[in-house]
Design a protein around this ligand. Structure first.
Ligand code: PMP
Length: 312
């Protein structure tokens, strides 16, 4: 059940008709920025809830600005387009929404200026990304995180994901689930598509790299910081983190729209917290899943409900 649609060149079309030409600037040079948004299916209410789409579209607008582009739409317009696309698709499962602002001119020549842009959005079914029940095994990558002086990680730029892809493939082909990337100075930055947190249960704090550590400032990251404070009385310290702090933390977890809140139970062949999913990670996961599926009244303003399918 369900059929995917896309928004392209200011029109909604069936996904299979949403095509771009081979000379498109973004395809040749990676000159695009994007978002990943989840619409989470709530079986009791038989309805999908889109998680924090405004924050995602605000970040998209900022990423586009860094690349000298405009989304051409207000945040509210992009949110309502997203609601429309998810409703039309009619999937009764979790879906992923991929908005992208890209240099659409079919023209060669490396630059940012003097090119046309377009906003595209598509919707596709998408389940779990990392194993939520078991926890993941990570390695620190031999690939260093790109620096703000080269490609700014705070912008979600398509071309930057080569850096993530190098790290992810190295990790998976070496038998791990995910990579942890370090900065050039050797401090912890983030996963290939996730932010990272350490838990200090004695001091009742979460520790996570600050925004100057070449991270994407995740929307899941900020949601978890708030949940930890509200539900557990845990403050979050944002600072630079040594690689070996990962080995001695009580718990380590990653956050991201795709990865949700995922426990990291091993880093560089050292078990973290005995190799089990820790109690703080479990509690954060529990509240986070209630929040993203529209099942926790306290966090309902993070969700945009999708009207029941219009029968497209
Ligand atoms: N870092 C990177 C490199 C990512 O790709 C993502 C996923 N968008 C994140 C962090 C987490 O961001 P968010 O929680 O907003 O999905």
């Amino acid at each position: 059940m369900g059929r995917s649609y896309a928004y392209l060149r200011r029109q909604i079309v069936p996904l299979e008709d949403a095509k771009i030409g081979v000379m498109t600037h973004a395809f040749n040079y990676g000159t695009a920025c994007f978002e990943g948004i989840r619409a989470n299916w709530n079986e009791e209410k038989r309805q999908a809830f889109i998680f924090r789409p405004r924050e995602h579209y605000e970040r998209l607008t900022q990423s586009a600005h860094i690349l000298q582009m405009e989304t051409g739409h207000t945040v509210e317009e992009m949110v309502s387009l997203t609601v429309d696309l998810v409703a039309r698709a009619g999937y009764e499962q979790d879906v992923y929404v991929r908005p992208m602002v890209y240099k659409s001119s079919e023209e060669l020549g490396v630059r940012l200026h003097g090119l046309e842009d377009d906003l595209l959005i598509f919707v596709t079914p998408f389940g779990a990304y990392l194993d939520l029940d078991k926890g993941s095994r990570c390695c620190t990558s031999s690939w260093r995180r790109v620096d703000d002086t080269g490609i700014p990680a705070r912008a979600k730029i398509t071309g930057i994901y080569i850096n993530s892809a190098f790290a992810k493939s190295e990790a998976v082909l070496d038998g791990y689930d995910e990579a942890i990337m370090l900065n050039h100075d050797g401090h912890v930055s983030e996963g290939s598509g996730e932010n990272i947190f350490l838990v200090d249960r004695d001091r009742k704090v979460l520790i996570t790299p600050d925004p100057a550590q070449n991270i994407l400032e995740g929307i899941t990251r900020s949601s978890v910081i708030q949940i930890a404070a509200d539900e557990l009385g845990y403050a979050t310290v944002e600072r630079s983190i040594d690689r070996t702090e990962l080995y001695t933390a009580d718990e380590v977890f990653m956050t991201g729209t795709a990865a949700h809140v995922s426990s990291i139970t091993e880093v560089d062949r050292r078990l973290v917290g005995g190799g089990e999913i820790g109690p703080i990670t479990r509690e954060l996961q529990r509240v986070y899943f209630e929040a993203i599926t529209g099942r926790n009244a306290k966090y309902m303003d993070w969700c945009v409900p999708v009207p029941v399918a219009v029968g497209a």
